[in-house]
Ligand binder design. Structure first.
Ligand code: BGC
Length: 749
């Protein structure tokens, strides 16, 4: 038996924070350059730096403003020739020659599109996130982009919210690890590397808790929950060296983030020591008027700058209103100088003053074979096997014909997912194309989509598809969501498959042939009925450019699924919010509750069990967080703790044996959960603290080690102090958030 040691991801996160990066924090040469430049700037030039515009028209249309030094950053310019032309105006024709910072939303790839971030999170592999961001940065920087508005690290516990697609799901720790890895990937080892792109963790903060999962909606997150659940991923991103932050659209407890001094000054600057630049979201400054938080553009600028915002995205209140505010003493010159310092600091760190131009020939790197390979690996690791009855997958050599059905089988645009501004659908490899290529003449492929697109309600093709499918040995049904059904402003109140996709699956199931359902979507969908009707279900959140080859490999066993759910899958919408790290309540569900149809007529009130559950949906979700099958099986045994009594500065070592008890080589995502049994405030029933991917050959057994510093059990307690409270803890080493043998340990004072 081999011993397998894992460097704890938590330790890694803190190592990242200790690393001295050249051009990083406290670089006195840069600070001197900033001061020298600042001392030469007029007020107009300072306010210009604080102004971000969206690209429009011809170079000439924008060059007037740039020449006058009235633009600090431009977003949405992706042609390197135009980027250089605009930069030339800034560097050669403006008085001080300050380069412009070119920005773009590069969320899960620039040209080579990786799985959506929610999919990447399903890999539970920070390397996937880092590599995806690195490839994105190499490609985007080739077009002259040096700033991306990513990673999106909003903890999201409501799949109605379309933007759940853009983040890493419901868990604070998983989001922290993946987000920090993305920051590293975007920025590389040094921001001055011409392929480095400044990261912008967003949306700061709490945006994922929008009431009812409706985008832009208000949030109500009390400070303790904000600190325990929503802030840690941002703190991890700051520690990983994120150059910039973006404020969010939501008002939390009545205060829009763009005017929130507490989060921007007290937490971000003072507590975390952040010295980068803070930008608003798109017009989130002027939207403070719609919120009813500012009466007019002048009050907008005053509240935003005084709260600690440095740059305004596209709503122009800073350039227009700050001169008067300054005269009236409502905004201090020191506040403006500080904002300009933060902006210039990032421009210096990016090396823009020394190398303002992009090498136009670098565009050759787009869709490089190594990028496509990385995107395929990411898509393989992101797919989650939810069901595999009787081992129907992987498809065996005895399968001589397959029917490829469903609107997502050949949807090159839609499989890319949301936030794809630059990806080219003609480069997408769809499942249909990949399957044909993989099986060649060995397997007959019958293609009959049944529906033209995911919302298609026209059932005229359904019967035809079912008839065609009946001729095949196995039916492969590709269903899900078009790209436009998730992402910003694309929220849903109904999470069933759209259009006539449910009817399609029902008709396919009626043929009696085994149905393998592959779902490509931007969120977890309520697919309980479809799971029932299918022999196997593979869930691939929109998998990107190389989704097809990844899925074909998985279906035929050239690759083995290893993804786990990064978010709880509800049975029905009414269960939302449903997430694993909930508090216990005073009346926790027993799972023996009497459900709706079993309640006797005229039952006395107490017969319902008096616990916290839904009569129609019970308590449990369709799939818990952290869940996913493999083609092989894994057995956990021999879980041992280094000690059952630990002090606050100890490190708990957890070892266990993991054995591959099946017949395929496979990778298991082993997870470590902890529960703090009694606290000064109630604590979640489980919290993920560690995870690791372990690859084992059939019959192979390894001893796996998790190192958990007890300091990581700290939380913001009744006194709003972050501390480890002594007491009893429970621990599980498990394949998901709902299983595993319970162990106990104690932390002493
Ligand atoms: C989104 C941000 C995005 C920005 C710039 C906004 O609508 O909320 O996530 O970065 O636009 O495109």
């Amino acid at each position: 038996m081999k011993t397998f040691n894992i460097l704890s991801i938590g330790l890694l996160l803190s190592l990242v924070s200790c690393t001295q990066v050249p051009g990083g924090k406290g670089d006195s040469a840069i600070e001197q350059k900033i001061e020298a430049l600042l001392s030469k700037m007029t007020l107009e030039e300072k306010l210009g730096q604080m102004n971000q515009i969206s690209s429009y028209g011809n170079i000439e249309d924008m060059s007037g403003l740039i020449k006058k030094g009235e633009v600090g950053s431009i977003l949405n310019e992706v042609d390197p020739v135009r980027v250089n032309a605009l930069q030339r105006v800034a560097v050669e024709e403006s008085r001080l020659g300050i380069p412009v910072l070119m920005a773009r939303d590069v969320i899960h790839g620039f040209k080579t599109i990786f799985p959506i971030p929610l999919g990447q999170a399903a890999s539970f592999n920070p390397q996937v996130a880092e590599e995806g961001a690195r490839v994105a940065a190499i490609e985007a920087s080739a077009a002259g982009i040096r700033w991306t508005f990513a990673p999106m690290i909003d903890v999201a516990r409501d799949p109605r919210w379309g933007r759940i697609a853009e983040g890493c799901g419901e868990d604070t720790y998983l989001t922290s690890v993946m987000g920090a890895a993305m920051v590293k990937g975007f920025q590389s080892d040094s921001l001055s590397d011409p392929t480095a792109v400044a990261a912008c963790p967003k949306h700061f903060v709490g945006y994922g808790a929008a009431e009812g999962g409706r985008d832009y909606n208000s949030t109500f997150i009390p400070e303790r929950r904000l600190r325990n659940v929503y802030l840690p991923p941002f703190e991890a991103a700051a520690k990983a060296g994120a150059a910039t932050f973006m404020t969010s659209f939501n008002d939390n407890d009545g205060v829009p983030s763009t005017g929130n001094t507490f989060i921007l000054k007290d937490v971000l600057r003072k507590e975390w020591g952040f010295d980068g630049l803070v930008v608003t979201d798109w017009a989130s400054a002027s939207e403070m008027m719609s919120h009813g938080f500012a009466a007019d553009p002048k009050e907008v600028a005053m509240k935003a700058v005084n709260a600690g915002v440095d740059m305004e995205m596209v709503s122009y209140t800073f350039v227009r209103e700050l001169p008067a505010l300054l005269k009236e003493g409502k905004v201090k010159e020191a506040a403006i100088d500080e904002a300009v310092r933060n902006i210039l600091r990032i421009k210096f760190r990016l090396g823009l003053f020394d190398n303002p131009y992009v090498d136009e020939k670098r565009m050759e790197v787009l869709y490089a074979p190594s990028h496509l390979e990385a995107a395929k690996r990411a898509a393989v690791e992101s797919a989650i096997l939810l069901k595999n009855a009787e081992g129907i997958l992987p498809l065996s050599a005895s399968v001589k014909s397959v029917a490829v059905v469903g609107p997502m089988a050949s949807a090159p645009y839609d499989q890319l997912g949301t936030w794809v501004f630059d990806g080219d659908k003609t480069k997408t490899v769809t499942p249909l194309t990949a399957i044909r290529e993989l099986v060649g003449d060995r397997v007959q492929v019958i293609y009959e989509p049944g529906l033209a697109y995911s919302r298609d309600k026209d059932q005229s093709g359904v019967a035809k598809a079912a008839t065609a499918a009946a001729r095949a040995d196995v039916i492969l049904a590709f269903v899900g969501e078009e790209a436009i059904l998730s992402g910003e402003a694309h929220c849903l109140a109904d999470l069933n498959l759209q259009g006539a996709q449910r009817e399609l699956i029902a008709a396919l199931a009626k043929t009696g042939k085994p149905v393998v359902t592959v779902v490509m979507a931007g969120r977890p969908l309520t697919i309980g009925e479809e799971v029932e009707r299918s022999a196997a279900v593979l869930y691939a959140f929109h998998p990107g450019t190389m989704g097809g080859p990844a899925l074909a490999d998985l279906l035929w066993g050239k690759a083995v699924p290893s993804g786990k759910t990064p978010v709880t899958f509800p049975k029905m919408v009414g269960q939302i919010p449903v997430y694993y790290a909930h508090n216990n309540t005073g009346r926790p569900a027993t799972r023996n509750e009497v459900l709706l149809n079993d309640i006797p007529l005229e039952a006395g009130q107490t017969s319902l069990g008096c616990t916290s559950f839904y009569m129609d949906a019970g308590f449990d979700p369709l799939y818990p967080f952290g869940y996913g099958l493999s083609y092989t099986t894994f057995e956990y045994s021999n879980v041992k703790l280094s000690s059952s009594t630990l002090k606050k500065d100890d490190v708990l070592t957890v070892t266990f044996d993991l054995e591959n008890t099946g017949s395929y080589e496979g990778t298991e995502v082993a997870q470590l959960y902890v529960r703090d049994k009694v606290g000064s405030v109630t604590r979640p029933v489980k919290e993920l603290k560690r995870f690791t991917r372990v690859t084992l050959r059939p019959g192979e057994k390894k001893t796996v080690t998790f190192e958990l510093p007890i300091s990581e059990l700290a939380f913001w307690n009744i006194d709003r102090v972050k501390t480890v409270e002594p007491g009893d803890f429970l621990l599980w080493v498990a394949p998901d958030s709902q299983s595993g043998e319970e162990m106990a340990f104690e932390v002493i004072g």
